[in-house]
Design a protein around this ligand. Sequence first.
Ligand code: BES
Ligand code: MN
Ligand code: ZN
Length: 489
Amino acid sequence: MPTLSLSFAKAALPKSGTLVVLVGDDSALPASLSSPSLSRAITLKKFAGKSGSSVDVLGPEGIAADRVILIGAGAASDRDHVNLGGKIAAAFGSDATVTVLAQMGEAVLEPHQAAELAFGVRLRTYAFDKYKTKATRKDEDAAPKAQAVTFAVANAAATKKAFAELDAVADGVVLARDLVNEPANVLGPVEFAAEAQKLEALGVKVTILTEKEMKKLGMGALLGVAQGSVRPARLAIMEWMGGKSKEKPVAFIGKGVVFDTGGVSIKPAAGMEDMKGDMGGAAAVIGVIKALAGRKAKANVVGAIGLVENMVDGNAQRPGDIVISMSGQTIEVLNTDAEGRLVLADVLHHINKAYEPKLMVNLATLTGAIMVALGQSHAGLFSNDDALADGLAKAGTATGEKLWRMPMGSEYDKLIDSKNADMKNIGGRFGGAITAAQFLKRFVGETPWAHLDIAGTAMGSPSSDISSGWASGFGVRLLDRFVRDNHEG
Ligand code: BES
Ligand code: MN
Ligand code: ZN
């Protein structure tokens, strides 16, 4: 991945390199771009600025730039500048010097719109290629070491200011993607906790609990999962207190199973490699804390991530084992592969007790069942509080990290009652994502709470305008927006 530098300058046509121009179905080319070869290409391609269309011309007559790319920006009513930025990045590829005209026809974009273009460019150019050696890296010789993208804008200072905040959010998304992509042999619970500790540099207070400390707190559910791994569990707590000093925090809690073999209830071999991403919830939480601290959000937010590895071992827990959670409630572990809820049970209880947060949102790659229900374009939203659910759903619509509310209720709750303990960790064959949510609900007391099942959206994701796929960083932009719109200032 070449190093990318993004800058903003007063609009002017470049003397060389690649020029990117936006064309909506309601706007023409800027008058300064008259070129017979460009006009001919537009006619031959019947280019009318439709979303998804483009025209790409090398060395157009009468224009100094070496390459001109026209990007269809579609109708103004459904124009999303972040996604448009992603399309721009996909079009210029590995070109070393790029100028993007941040205008539609003669109309200049607002500073926040131009900043969103740059944000989309940054998200789309992300690649996880650190383990590609020269021998296998595609186009190694052709690709430049550095890429400079300049946005030609009306007000460079205002655009730069707007981008600084989005740049912090992008840092959070990139961190989440990196962690989800990182293989489990490199990223164990201890290494993940060290990543959380790094946020101290941004003014975040970080506390890491060891197994000994978690044992003292009585976290039998989390530790039962961890006991099958030679790598010890950690609980990382990150506090960003940018808000008023007496205000209760918002709490974000993440499932951080660095690898999920299923344990003794072992998973099939095919596709098991994907379970390196079973810490997507924890990645989103560390990512959003990084984003909030990076943009100095005026909000009090606690992030907590339960970090364990679910392995098969002589010391692993067995189906039928009964564990005592920190809340005192007992759990019969009928399937060791339903481990995420066991981890979250203790983290939710601990955070609720220790911080008395005004609300809690947990994120987890919790069930395959949510993928059966919703596919890969919406995460499941479960909540005991309508206002909280609405706030999250709105943030989802605004960012494109979409949520779909799922039902909860006593009919589902009774499916996890157990003969031998207070509850069992699996329901029946039906409604698997819902019974998982009912399980979590038993550990949150009266606190407004929402659970986001991101199994279908955080990992194994299809590519999009702003993501080249697999690790999407889902949740970071969503929660950043949720905080900005509901808990800041
Ligand atoms: N981590 C998995 C869920 C998952 C599946 C995430 C596919 C991403 C992609 C979770 O720990 C799990 O194994 N859930 C089981 C629960 C079952 C045993 C009740 C499942 O969904 O099959
Ligand atoms: Mn599992
Ligand atoms: Zn899991």
